[in-house]
Design a protein around this ligand. Structure first.
Ligand code: DGL
Length: 252
């Protein structure tokens, strides 16, 4: 691997594109290689063992492509098995994504925040620890749902609108003023969530922080690209047309 090698990015599906978008914006000189494991999405209803096996398969593919750093652009993978993945692949840095609870607490005026994640992330001890560590003086309403990811994967906007209100109701009831998007798929429907919660509620995700972390690690390992513009490549284990549609929407 050299400074010109790509950054590998993986997710259970197209959600990690919300992280890829920030990396491509912040580090336009870098090559990226994105893998959406859409055929196996969602991961949110799978066991930790299954998630580890699926993520390992994708990481092994990324290693054959000589990536210089890996971003597990998925909260569910990170909270389930990031330590195990780092132990299994010590030859490469693996950056994980976790709900931006610390940032949300700092931004909340009412000291009432919402965390919207997959069921697995919401139930995880990792998320409980983050809340314990950073949100002691805050009311935290957690909503874990596996409803959105399959609908986002299929691009079913109408059906997402139908379930949105019932999923978000606890946030409205508790009058929270900041919502953490604790699944990388959710920034892809941020406009719909915002419409439902109202403009005064702030939505935050981890995308930009991850891009900054990637830069720090590339600098530390002397692996920053010296090119002017990097090439972005996308792979999916699922439907190319669906992934293409989402990419076009993101590029708008
Ligand atoms: N994008 C993944 C995350 O951040 C979605 C997990 C899933 O496939 O359920 O958690």
């Amino acid at each position: 691997m050299t400074a010109q090698s790509p950054i590998g990015i993986l997710d259970s599906g197209v959600g990690g594109l919300s992280v890829w978008r920030e990396i491509a914006r912040f580090l336009p000189q870098e090559q990226t290689l994105y893998v959406a494991d859409s055929v196996n999405a969602p991961y949110g209803n799978k066991s930790e063992e299954e998630i580890f096996d699926l993520a390992s398969r994708v990481i092994e593919f990324l290693l054959t492509q000589h990536v210089k750093l890996i971003v597990a652009a998925c909260n569910t993978i990170t909270v389930s098995c990031i330590d195990r993945l780092r132990q299994a692949y010590p030859q490469i840095e693996i950056v994980g994504v976790v709900p931006a609870i610390k940032t949300a607490v700092a931004l909340s005026k009412r000291k009432k925040i919402g965390v919207l994640a997959t069921e697995r992330t919401a139930k995880s001890s990792y998320q409980h620890e983050l809340i314990k560590k950073f949100a002691r003086k805050c009311e935290v309403i957690t909503v874990g749902t596996n409803k959105f990811v399959p609908l986002i994967e299929r691009g079913e906007e109408g059906q997402i609108r139908e379930v949105l209100l019932s999923v978000l109701k606890p946030f409205i009831k508790h009058e929270i003023d900041v919502v953490v998007l604790g699944c990388t798929h959710y920034p892809l429907i941020a406009d719909l969530i915002q419409e439902e919660l109202g403009r005064e509620v702030r939505l935050i995700d981890s995308g930009e922080a991850i891009a900054r972390r990637v830069e720090v690690l590339l600098t530390k390992h002397k692996l920053k690209s010296k090119q002017k513009a990097g090439e972005n490549r996308f792979f999916t284990t699922g439907s190319v047309e669906k992934a293409d549609r989402i990419l076009h929407r993101l590029a708008r």
